[in-house]
Design a protein around this ligand. Structure first.
Ligand SMILES: [Zn+2]
Length: 256
């Protein structure tokens, strides 16, 4: 299957970026936002290969205090992705507030059958507890997962997908533990640049693709195809395939 573009399901991009700059990435990019102040711009965009997520980052105090579930519900109609959401054990925002907002966002992801890109720094178990409490979230994508072996097994049992980046390529034992059909790729641009020099722009997933190829013992194009197939699976499990840009829909159909 030649010609499938790289997949980056978690990158930070300013929602006022010029559309040509996005097109030049030649990658399928899921751009997440951190703060409700970005939602209006993100929700209006119609890009050829880029999908926008509406998020509320647990490290951003103003985002958590300004979260409005009803507003998110109103804007999510045309968008396939809620993110970045989650919990962070290092955040100054009280965990009780983080959990209240995260739970509401997960309930919206479940009720609207959307994908959710989830942050879990120093909060792996707490994130899984919330996913267990809000039963029926079928589009949970754990981004930059740092859980230990038993937490990882629990996440797999809960049906989570995992988006891996070049920093995680340094932990092949984690990659080896994940079922191949649950793995997606990401850059978390610009946050992985320190450890992964190749991740110099959104969509630059070569480091993690190479690591996956080594662990799975397959060629690079087979990794890319597998990741597209996995994306097709999670989009089919949610109601999101039809909300993808047309070029992305064609690639998802070809990959299944
Ligand atoms: Zn992020």
């Amino acid at each position: 299957m030649p010609g499938l573009p790289p997949i980056d399901v978690h990158a930070h991009i300013a929602p006022d970026i010029d559309e040509r700059q996005l097109r030049d990435l030649r990658s399928a990019v899921f751009a997440v936002t951190r703060d409700p102040s970005e939602w209006a711009l993100a929700a209006e965009r119609r890009d050829e290969l880029c999908v926008w997520g509406l998020g509320c980052h647990p490290l951003v105090e103003a985002a958590v205090s300004g979260f409005d579930g009803a507003r998110l519900a109103g804007l999510i109609g045309a968008l396939p992705l809620i993110g970045e959401i989650g919990l962070d054990g290092t955040s100054k925002v009280p965990m009780v507030d983080q959990r209240r907002v995260f739970r509401q966002a997960l309930e919206l992801a479940r009720d609207h059958s959307r994908l959710a890109s989830i942050h879990s720094v120093r909060a792996s178990s707490a994130v899984l507890d919330e996913l267990e409490a809000v039963t029926g979230v079928s589009g949970a994508i754990l981004h930059w997962w740092r859980g230990d072996a038993s937490q990882t097994d629990r996440a797999v049992e809960l049906g989570c997908f995992f988006s891996l980046n070049g920093a995680e390529a340094l932990r092949p034992e984690v990659i080896a533990r994940l079922p191949r059909d649950r793995v997606l790729t990401e850059t978390d641009y610009p946050h992985t640049r320190r450890v992964d020099k190749a991740a110099s722009r959104p969509g630059a997933v070569t480091t993690i693709e190479r690591a996956l190829g080594e662990t799975w013992d397959v060629a690079a194009n087979a990794v890319r195809t597998q990741v597209w197939r996995n994306l097709a699976t999670v989009c089919a499990a949610t109601a999101t395939s039809r909300l993808m840009p047309r070029a992305l829909q064609s690639a998802l159909l070809a990959a299944r």
